[in-house]
Each structure stands twice: as structure tokens, then as C-alpha cells.
Design a protein around this ligand. Structure first.
Ligand SMILES: Cc1cc2nc3c(=O)[nH]c(=O)nc-3n(C[C@H](O)[C@H](O)[C@H](O)COP(=O)(O)OP(=O)(O)OC[C@H]3O[C@@H](n4cnc5c(N)ncnc54)[C@H](O)[C@@H]3O)c2cc1C
Length: 503
């Protein structure tokens, strides 16, 4: 049985995915030892623990989609499947010796800033705890979003979200519907189609899809990665710069530089889809990059199978037996796989966190839009740090790079707080406002603003609150060190004096 929670820790990290694990490892390396990581799940891994659907794999090459401080010479292929990524995260956690500080099956229920004690008072499913600093590593793609379709609750067959796959349900020989054609669906459909009797794929918007440079690593390559000093780092650096140079600029600046991507994606369709009717259905009507660019070699072949139908008529209702589209067609199915993504612009955890102004972060975001200073800290929420906070997502490279940038900022903030004897740090509203004004100005030039699509990157007001509109190295530079001058700070002696005066 896990030991009970301590009454107090210096740093409480919520979430044990890539972000929470990196924070733990880097805090320990910086001699910040009084911390605890909680996660509502039963293991480390986050995304990679939860997304066990057939075909699940990363879409950034594994050489780059891994920690810079824990390179893995044993990746079996260029884009590794979910079990291998989860095993990698597990191995890094085991070998780094931080797991004694993790408490699983422990969900944060609420966190309230206690201004008198200058601590976060946190309640969890395993009891209460206070913390000087609260780190939200709860993930941007963590809470499944179900579609709001009339009648979905009445469906009598099996229903599950792509991120909550039901391994006990055998799809063999079944009639199945997949709702959605995003990043998860394009991995699921080719695998599930091999099992089902018939598969209907419901598409609202066609995604742009580029071929994937997928291949197994040879034994010689793996041997070389392990034994030739520096080789793997060179390979990783090459992939990093290739993604920054080829995919980043068309998303962030001029659409004209994106012509090579557009041509490649159109040629991909022309090569794989011969039927003109299907070709029209799978060709997007917005600029490439506006929605997430997907990578797959087997999506189009799956759609051309005789036992797979791509349905582009809008769904009007779901009945106990199947799906009815707006043209009146009824398609009966045994199972419904919902691949409609995650809560992204409405950050569910924000409901549960109450700041110094007595209002929840959700209420704060409702007034200001979802925003933070450097994607990390929020005015009115002292001593709270996000990893993968607002506007830190990417359309072109590895999130692990962004996570490491934010962890560096966090650890430097903790170091600064110790060195300068700071009790609280809270970003100055004007610093936060300036950061977001600059960011949104840059955002106006991006394909996400000009590409002619609506996407899960945008909030209800059409504002992009999820993505970083630039290179990852510019983000890293901005977060290279903690900048106390941009913060309202109080020292321990300030708070001691205030407490004495109150007494
Ligand atoms: C299917 C899929 C494929 C992806 N592929 C890529 C890719 O190829 N490249 C890329 O760069 N990115 C990819 N991503 C994005 C991916 O989410 C990030 O790369 C990364 O895994 C995020 O790590 P994280 O630790 O920030 O969040 P997560 O991995 O989401 O972890 C968050 C953790 O917080 C926990 N948590 C949440 N709320 C609470 C609470 N209230 N109390 C306690 N614990 C809580 C969750 O249980 C979870 O374990 C993918 C995402 C998905 C869904």
C-alpha cells in the first residue's frame, strides 16, 4: 500500500506524464528534494498510458520525441508504437530513482491559495496536503471530449472514446462506426478495418495527410546509435532542424513557403486514391497546417477498402441501433468509437483551482481568455507553474522539447526562490498582458489564423490559446531563466512581519 500523503511538501506536481516525470528528475538533479508527484492514473506515462488503441504511435520521430537527457538507442522504428513509448517512460522513471516520490491513483480535487499561510491547500482523493508551490503537469490532451450528438446516450451497443479503449471488447466481425478523422482516428481506422465486418468512418472535415517516413531501424543502426559516440545526438539534431526548417515556417509565417507541403499532400492523395468521388471527399478545403498536419501511409488505402465507407453527411441523431445522417440514411452498428479529441481550450483542471482573488482559474480565464505568462504562470495564482500551459502546443515539432524548456524555467524559479528567500512569486499583470499581446500579434500571421478552417486550437471567440506561434528555439530562449523582475514577489521576512502584525 502507498504511504499516506505527507501534511506538507515544498513542491506538489500534479500529473505523471512526460511533463511531471521531467519535473521530478530535474528537481532532484537541482537538489530540490522536498516534492511529491500525484497522478489519478495507476502508472507514469499520461498520454501514453491512456491511449492504448490499435495503431497508437507518435507522429514526431522517436529520436526527437524523447527526453534529451535519456536518449534511447533501442527504438525499434522511426515512429514508435504506444507500448514502446510507454515502456520507455517507465524505464526512464525506474532508472532515475524518483518513483518513491510518486503517488498514483491520487486525483487532485481542489487547490485553494491560502494567502495567510502562503501555501496551496490541496484536497486529493488520498487526503489533504499543503504545498508552497503547485505545478500543473496535467496535460493538454488528457480529458476526452465526447461529441454533443442527440441520442448518443441511447445507443444500445458498445461506445468508447479513443483515449479510453475497451480492450475487453472484441471488434472482430462487428459493424463499427468511427466518429472523427483526426490524429487518433487516422491511426485507428486502418487497424480496426482489418478486424471488422464493416466500418463506417464519419468525417466532418478532411485532414491534410503527408506520407510518413516509417521504417524499422536495422540492427546495425541500433548498434551504431549505442556505440558510436555522438551519432544519435547528431541524428536527433538533424531531425530537429529538418522539422524547424520544413514544417515550421509555412505554419508560422508566409503561406507561400508552404507550397512544398501542399504539393506533397495533394500528390499523396493522387497516388493513393483513384476514385474521383472519394478523392473529392478526402481533399481538404483549407490551407495545409491550419488543422494539425497528419502523417500516415495506410489511411487512404484503408478508405479504399470495400468494407469501409467514408460518410461525409452530417450526423443528425444516434439511435439505440446506429447513426442517422442529415440525408435520412440509417446505418446500423454494433459499436461506436468516438475519436473526437480532448478538452483543449477549456482546461478542465481550471475549475478546481482557486487563486488569491478568491475566484477559480476557470472564472479568471472566462474574463481574460485562457492565458499565462510564458505559458507557465498566471496573475492571481501565486506560486503556481504550468508545464504545457496556454499557448505552448506545437504544430511542427516535439512537445517533449517544449516540456523540457518549461521544466528548466520551473527549476530556475525554485532555485531563485530559495536563493532570494522568496515566499511568493506571481507574474505582474502587465508582464502577462505584454507577453500575450506579442504572442497574439504573431499569431495573426500564422496559418491557424489565415488558413480558412476552424480547429480545436481556437477557443469560442476564435482566439488561438493552445499553440506557440514560432520556433521552438525562440521559446526555449525566452524560458532560459526565471525573470523575477516580471513578478510581484514577497520575501519570507515580509510574510513573517505581516503575520506578527496580525498577531
Ligand atoms: C494519441 C496522442 C498522440 C500524441 N502524439 C504526439 C507526438 O507524436 N508528438 C508530440 O509532440 N506530441 C504528441 N501528443 C501530445 C502529448 O500529449 C504530449 O506530447 C505529451 O505526452 C504530454 O505530456 P504531459 O505530461 O504534458 O501530459 P499527459 O501525458 O497528458 O499527462 C497528464 C497527466 O496528468 C494526470 N492528471 C490530469 N488531471 C489530474 C488530476 N486532477 N489529478 C491527478 N492527476 C491528473 C493525467 O492522469 C495524466 O497522467 C500526442 C497526444 C495524443 C493524445
Amino acid at each position: 500500500m502507498a504511504p499516506p500523503l505527507p501534511d506538507h511538501v515544498r513542491v506538489l506536481v500534479v500529473g505523471a506524464g512526460f511533463a511531471g516525470l521531467a519535473a521530478a528528475i530535474k528537481m532532484r538533479a537541482a537538489d530540490v528534494d522536498d516534492f511529491l508527484v500525484i497522478d489519478k492514473g495507476a502508472d507514469v506515462g499520461g498520454t501514453w498510458r491512456d491511449n492504448t488503441y490499435p495503431g497508437a504511435a507518435c507522429d514526431v520521430p522517436s529520436q526527437l520525441y524523447s527526453f534529451s537527457f535519456a536518449l534511447n538507442a533501442d527504438w525499434s522504428q522511426t515512429y514508435s508504437p504506444q507500448p514502446e513509448i510507454q515502456a520507455y517512460i517507465r524505464k526512464v522513471a525506474d532508472e532515475s530513482g524518483v518513483l518513491d516520490r510518486f503517488r498514483f491513483r491520487t486525483a487532485l480535487q481542489s487547490a485553494r491559495w491560502d494567502a495567510d499561510a502562503t501555501v496551496w491547500a490541496v484536497t486529493t482523493t488520498a487526503g489533504a496536503i499543503t504545498a508552497d508551490v503547485l505545478v500543473m503537469a496535467t496535460g493538454a490532451l488528457s480529458e476526452p471530449k465526447l461529441p454533443d450528438i442527440e441520442g448518443i446516450d441511447s445507443f444500445a451497443g458498445e461506445v468508447f472514446h479513443s483515449a479510453r479503449w475497451n480492450d475487453d471488447y472484441d471488434l472482430t466481425g462487428k459493424r463499427v462506426a468511427v466518429i472523427g478523422t483526426g490524429a487518433s482516428a487516422i491511426q485507428i481506422v486502418p487497424e480496426v478495418a482489418k478486424l471488422t465486418d464493416h466500418l463506417d468512418v464519419y468525417q466532418r472535415t478532411a485532414p491534410w495527410i503527408l506520407p510518413r517516413a516509417q521504417r524499422p531501424y536495422t540492427r546495425a543502426e541500433r548498434f551504431a546509435f549505442k556505440h558510436v559516440p555522438g551519432l544519435q545526438r547528431v541524428a536527433r539534431t538533424g531531425i530537429y532542424w529538418l522539422m524547424e526548417a520544413l514544417i515550421g515556417p509555412p505554419l508560422h509565417t508566409s503561406p507561400r513557403i508552404g507550397v512544398h507541403l501542399d504539393r506533397a499532400a495533394r500528390a499523396h492523395i493522387a497516388l493513393r486514391v483513384k476514385d474521383p468521388e472519394l478523392r473529392a471527399k478526402v481533399t481538404p478545403d483549407f490551407r495545409i497546417g491550419c488543422k494539425r498536419i497528419l502523417f500516415s501511409n495506410d489511411w487512404y488505402p484503408a478508405l479504399t477498402r470495400d468494407d469501409v465507407d467514408l460518410v461525409t453527411d452530417r450526423i443528425s441523431t444516434i439511435t439505440p441501433r446506429g447513426i442517422v445522417t442529415e440525408d435520412g440514411t440509417r446505418r446500423e452498428v454494433d459499436a461506436l468509437i468516438v475519436a473526437t479529441g480532448f478538452h483543449t481550450t477549456d482546461l478542465p483542471i481550471a475549475e478546481h483551482v482557486t487563486g488569491s482573488g478568491g475566484r477559480t482559474m476557470a472564472a479568471y480565464f472566462a474574463e481574460h481568455g485562457m492565458q499565462a505568462y510564458k505559458g507557465a504562470t498566471v496573475a492571481e495564482f501565486p506560486n503556481l507553474f504550468f508545464i504545457v500551459g496556454p499557448n505552448t502546443g506545437l504544430g511542427h515539432s516535439s512537445m517533449v522539447f517544449m516540456i523540457e524548456s518549461q521544466v528548466r524555467y520551473l527549476v530556475d524559479a525554485l532555485r531563485t526562490m530559495s536563493r532570494d528567500d522568496l515566499a511568493t512569486v506571481e507574474p505582474r499583470p502587465e508582464a502577462q498582458q505584454q507577453w500575450n499581446a506579442d504572442l497574439q500579434r504573431k499569431m495573426r500571421r500564422t496559418v491557424w489564423s489565415t488558413g480558412g478552417c476552424s480547429s480545436w486550437y481556437l477557443d469560442d471567440h476564435g482566439r488561438n490559446t493552445t499553440l506557440w506561434p514560432g520556433t521552438t528555439f525562440r521559446f526555449r530562449r525566452a524560458l532560459r531563466e526565471f525573470d523575477p523582475e516580471k513578478y510581484v514577489v514577497t520575501t519570507r521576512s515580509d510574510t513573517a512581519t505581516t503575520k506578527e502584525q496580525v498577531a
